[in-house]
Design a protein around this ligand. Structure first.
Ligand code: PLP
Length: 359
């Protein structure tokens, strides 16, 4: 039998070489030690020894108690996630932020990346009435991992930000609300906060304005909080975390040190949460449960939040300060450059003004 020579539109679009696939292949090869390279790219979190000690201790407890270990490896979870973890996260978020949520507002996914695939394609793309809707990105550049997720072509529309010089050799992006327009084909607005790759954190005022605009238009506001508070808390500027019925908030266990467990957490209105779980069942039956089993006792009582504040935030802030100082010292005075204000995430965004080539 010969292999198919042709693939469907879905097969061609998602099966061709994409930015995120190249990035993850480079990153995986660098981390696996297959090549002698220095790991400088991508969003693989650091191995922070205080955090690794916590994971090892929890793994030992799980092994020592026996039943949780057998249950973790030998049972499928529900597509929605692990009940003990969902209950812990609901309890924690309700207590901390006073949000009116229940377990039905939570959907666990195989990393937040999978959640975005489900969300973008369930909200935007081709509709039964023939219309085509898009996801509006209010600030570009945005996370490269979104770019190829659309099953339909042209899933995203992005808007140029306002660029303000914050001090010498430093700038910040902000949303240009004058040009940001929601039209009848806008399915949702999405933003990562802190933003990968710029390290930007849009202000509380910008979030309130986005929330008001989307609420008025009756569309979701998707906030990707992969680097934000309460965990991993790789955020260096005050930022309020909000949730409402029209807000879809995404949290991840990756950047606090558990990317291999592939655990994303979505807090959304009940219908969206239910649909995400329905898609998880079709694509993968159930999610990986190891990260959920390791962290559930630490989530509920606030320990995970404290661990991140104590060991994760400062770790990345120190690295960022060191990188900025090193760059400043090394840059010749005649080279015009600016760095995006470093407000969070694990990236620095360098603008080489007047560079005669593209990026
Ligand atoms: N969102 C942002 C902004 C990211 O940088 C990443 C990963 O780098 C993700 C989402 C996806 O992370 P994960 O699927 O590991 O939760």
């Amino acid at each position: 039998m010969s292999l198919p020579q042709q693939f469907s539109s879905f097969g061609n679009k998602l099966g061709s070489e994409t930015g995120i696939e190249q990035l993850m292949t480079d990153l995986g090869e660098a981390m696996s030690g297959a090549k002698d390279v220095l790991m400088l790219g991508g969003g693989n979190p650091a191995h922070i020894s205080a955090m690794n000690t916590v994971w090892r201790k929890r793994m030992q407890e799980i092994l020592d108690t026996g039943a949780p270990f057998d249950n973790m490896l030998a049972n499928y979870d529900t597509p929605k996630g692990r009940p003990a973890f969902i209950s812990a996260i609901t309890h924690f978020l309700k207590n901390k932020y006073g949000w009116n949520i229940s377990e039905e507002n939570i959907a666990i996914t195989a990393g937040s990346q999978s959640a975005f695939f489900a969300l973008f394609n369930m909200l935007a793309g081709k509709f039964d009435d023939g219309s085509n809707k898009h996801i509006l990105l209010p600030v570009a550049p945005e996370y490269i991992g979104y770019a190829d997720q659309g099953i339909s072509p042209c899933l995203f529309r992005s808007v140029r930000p306002i660029v303000s010089e914050t001090r010498v050799n430093e700038f910040k992006y902000s949303i240009d609300f004058k040009t940001l327009s929601i039209n009848k084909d806008t399915a949702a607005i999405a933003i990562s906060r802190p933003t990968n790759p710029s390290g930007n954190v849009i202000t509380d005022d910008e979030v309130s304005q986005l929330s008001a605009l989307t609420k008025k238009a009756g569309i979701p506001l998707i906030i990707d909080n992969a680097y934000g508070a309460p965990f991993p808390n790789i955020i260096f500027t005050p930022a309020k975390l909000i949730w409402d019925e029209h807000i879809v908030l995404s949290i991840s266990l990756s950047k606090l040190g558990l990317p291999g467990t592939r655990t994303g957490i979505i807090i959304a209105n009940k219908e969206i949460a239910r649909r995400i779980s329905a898609i998880s069942a079709i694509i993968g039956l159930a999610n990986n449960n190891i990260g959920q089993e390791i962290t559930w006792p630490l989530v509920g009582d606030g320990t995970l939040e404290k661990l991140c504040a104590e060991h994760v935030t400062g770790f990345y802030l120190d690295k960022a300060k060191f990188a900025v100082q090193t760059l400043k010292a090394a840059m010749p005075a005649h080279v015009p450059y600016a760095l995006h204000k470093c407000e969070g995430s694990m990236f620095l965004w360098l603008w080489l003004k007047e560079l005669p080539i593209t990026s």
